[in-house]
Design a protein around this ligand. Sequence first.
Ligand code: UD1
Ligand code: CA
Length: 449
Amino acid sequence: MSISLVILAAGQGSRMQSDLPKVLHPLASVPLLVHAMRAGRVLEPQRVVIVVGHGAEQVAHVVAQEDDQAEIVVQDQQLGTAHAVAQARDALADAAGDVVVLYGDTPFIGARTLEALCAARTEFDIVVLGFHAADPGRYGRLVADGNRLERIVEFKDATEAERQIPLCNSGVICAGRARLFDLIAQVGNDNAAGEYYLTDIIALARAQGLSAGLVICDEAETLGINTRAELAAAEAAFQASARARALEDGVTLQAPDTVIFAQDTVIGRDSIVEPYVVFGPDVTVESGAHIRAFSHLEGAHVSRGAVVGPYARLRPGAELAEDVRVGNFVEIKNAQLGEGAKVNHLSYVGDADIGARANLGAGTVTCNYDGVFKHRTEIGEGAFIGSSTMLVAPVRVGADALTASGSVITSDVPEGALALGRASQTNKPGLGKRLMGRLRAQKAALKKD
Ligand code: UD1
Ligand code: CA
């Protein structure tokens, strides 16, 4: 069955007290909306339509970065969830199969839940995802008989008796495309909020002899974010489950509570992660790597047997081959380090290709930026870069070449050569001692005055 996704992301989220649209607030380093988009991917949707409104341009930009096939439709005024879904009607005019509606502020919907929702369509014309709420609060209530749904009543419109129903509406819904838009066209706004409620399509469908069913999921999956406090709680919940998953997958976390994961962090088994490590987006650590304390990684790939940190920073484009060593106070950006290469102390390596087994001494800096353009540094296999070498890019150091400590390397170094790029030293016999003597005598004279 072919599926189209409609993700609602037009709301302002005024309770966030933010200039940033709610769905762009990051959770586990990734915008909330991107969580919903990635969750929906399990359905292999033919079409993805995002309904935007508040901060439309900003939201559309993030959508395009995540999925350049996703379509954007704009809901100028937020007149309710049915009105929001209706904005996708034209975009999906020629789509076959079913439509699944997700919310951009609901990041934890699970793969199996979405599959179960769609599978239930063989039994029902419309399927709604519900949950048993610990505190049903202001959620819409599901009036159901077993797994047959009769109608959904919004909290504002519910009677006292209906408010006692613990079964709540997640907002996630699946129906045939033509039928969904047909029912939505019949929804009015004569209710307590004066909004076009998507939830009204259930009673409309039942009145027309159609069937509606329920799939129940865990409340944690339907957690929607409306406030900063809820965002913080969701972040904590995400981190707790990411840590548990890493441990289950055979990763050693010495102090799990101090390690921060991103939504897409991948760590291979038998890796060791020491305390206070932060994984930003897009990091893959292969099996048997060792990430030492207080390191910060984003957009990086760490191969088997590599050791990173303590106190290392891997920025986007850091590509570490097997058995690489990146030590304390070292920053790597947009650079490939070949097998067994070492950068152990106090260095910046950016826009560079470092050959296998090359050794970069303490304080090596690739001077990659001239203020306007970025330039590359290439270092050949087995090269030895002396401590405190400045490599003024673009520049190339050949395989097995050496640079003398303190050199400023401004032109290419041939393979196997020694490059000395510093002022040569002269020694003045006895002058050190004489100078010190004179200075001490001056100080003594001052004290007497
Ligand atoms: C909705 C459901 C309620 C359910 C709850 C679950 C309706 C009428 N009610 O209520 O039954 O229990 O979600 O969280 O559907 N949105 C738009 N455009 C609009 C209105 C909303 O894009 O015009 C988006 C919002 O940004 C949000 C989502 O749709 O992401 C849900 O809207 P919201 O106003 O939060 O609905 P609730 O009142 O929470
Ligand atoms: Ca809500």
